[in-house]
Structure formats: C-alpha cells, structure tokens
Design a protein around this ligand. Structure first.
Ligand SMILES: O=C(O)c1cc(C(=O)O)c2c(n1)C(=O)C(=O)c1cc(C(=O)O)[nH]c1-2
Length: 253
C-alpha cells in the first residue's frame, strides 16, 4: 500500500503549521537513526578500530551523494530565491575557494583512521546496501515533487543531537579519535540547524494541501529508512552475523 495516500484525500483538512511540524518531529522521534543499535555501539566505544573504519568508509558514500542530490534539487526549480539559498549546501560539502568543505573534513576523518584516501573515494569497499540506499535518496530528490524533495532533507532537524552525542562519545571512548577527526561534526552543529530551519519554513509555505503535507511527512519517513538501512547493512556485515559481502572492506583489527 502506498503510504503517501493512506486514506488521505485533497478534501482532508490542512494541518496547521504547528501540527504539521509536530507530525514531522514525531517521525524523527519514532524512527531517526539515533535509535539504531549500531550507533549505540559506535558512540559507546564498543567497536573496534576496524569496525569504525567500516562505518567511516561507508558513510563517505552518503557524504559524496549529498551535494549531488542538492544539485539535482536546484536543477529542478525555477525559483531563483530557492536556488540562492540551496547553493550554500553544495558549497558546505564540496567547499569553495579556501574553504575545503565537509567532504574534505570527512576525508581527514578517514585519514586519521588509517584508511587510504583513494580507496575511500573509489567507494569500492562500500557495502552494496549502502550504495543502493544512498542512490535511492538521490533518485527521490530527482523524481518527487519539489516540496517533497525539500522535505526529505528534514532529518537534519534531528542531526545536531546525534552529532553532539557522537562527538562526546567518540572523543571519550576511542584513542584514535581527536578534535581534528571530529571537526566534520562540529561544523555541522551550526550548518544543519540553518538548513533545517529554512527547509521547514519552505514546506510550511509550499505544501498547500493535506495530501502534499502527508507526502512531506512521508518523505521524512523515507529518509529515515535511507539512514536506517545503511546502519542495518553495517551491523549485518561488521557486527553480527558478520556477513561481509564479496569485495567489501575487510577490517584487520
Ligand atoms: O551524522 C548524522 O547522523 C547525519 C544525519 C544526516 C541526516 O539526518 O540526513 C545528515 C548528516 N549527518 C550530515 O552530516 C549532513 O551533512 C546531511 C545533509 C543531509 C541532507 O539530507 O541534506 N542530511 C545530513
């Protein structure tokens, strides 16, 4: 059954702005990936260095897809104001001029974990499910109505809390993690709220029917699934039962 429709029709009453926002936040409270067991292990210092390496190199796929999906979103809108706002997301990740950007900060993290940059960037060692999940996000943004595509970024509403938990937990628990390694997440603490606030206001103004609102709420569910599926894949391959697919990264430690 298509969750987007789920009994809602254009005739249903529009949610008020506060109710709409609350429905989106409820999705995060129920299904954001801060609740995933793999994150509990990662932040609690329960993983080996090799397992942390696996997380970092898989997560690189997500990092590298984010500016691609943002470029896809920009290519779809005739609204110059939206493009002027959205373009900074691409610059945040890819960098501009002397600012190296988030992807470079991610590679500083993978360097510090002892991973070869070319290997990380090639994504050859990434899990198949990671690649599929990440590309599903890019396709979603290409194919869904623009407002729904904007809504899919709204998991960022919930990101600062998990980033704070990760910074504190990883610094405390792993000898191979220092401030430089965590710089990516520190920067996101200011970038993510700005992005999320804009996206939230945008969908409040632009989802004009109940059906559109439900599609936005569902976009956040979809995105939680994109994030959750990546952690399921990591857990399955590197925690238990330890089924590492052929060709995927094999930790030494
Ligand atoms: O570490 C995390 O848990 C996490 C989650 C998310 C998210 O919720 O999608 C993003 C990020 N980090 C992040 O660093 C980031 O740049 C980012 C961009 C986006 C997006 O959808 O546009 N999500 C996220």
């Amino acid at each position: 059954m298509n969750e987007i429709v789920r009994g809602v029709t254009a005739a249903d009453a529009l949610l008020g702005a506060a109710e709409f926002e609350a429905a989106i936040r409820a999705v995060g409270a129920e299904r954001y990936h801060d609740k995933h067991p793999f994150h509990k292990l990662l932040h609690g210092g329960k993983l080996s260095k090799g397992q942390v390496q696996a997380w970092a190199l898989n997560r690189y796929c997500y990092q590298s897809a984010v500016p691609r999906k943002d470029a896809a979103l920009m290519s779809r809108t005739l609204d110059r104001e939206l493009r002027r706002e959205w373009i900074h997301r691409i610059m945040d990740h890819d960098g501009i001029d002397d600012e190296h950007g988030g992807i470079e900060r991610w590679l500083v993290l993978t360097d510090a974990l002892g991973l070869d940059r070319d290997y990380v960037i090639s994504m050859e060692g990434a899990l198949p499910a990671t690649r599929f999940a990440v590309e599903a996000y890019v396709r979603f943004v290409v194919e869904q109505p623009l407002t729904v595509a904007v809504a899919s970024s709204l998991t960022e509403l919930f990101a600062p809390a998990i980033h704070r938990e990760r910074i504190a937990g990883m610094l405390e628990n792993y000898p191979f993690v220092n401030d430089e390694v965590m710089a990516y997440f520190k920067r996101r603490l200011t970038q993510a709220p700005r992005d999320a606030d804009f996206a939230l206001e945008y969908i409040k103004a632009n989802a004009r029917t109940r059906e559109e609102q439900e599609a936005c709420i569902n976009a956040v569910r979809f995105k939680c699934n994109v994030l959750w599926a990546q952690l399921d894949a990591l857990h399955n391959a590197y925690v238990e039962p330890g089924l590492i697919p052929p060709g995927a990264f094999r930790p030494n430690a």
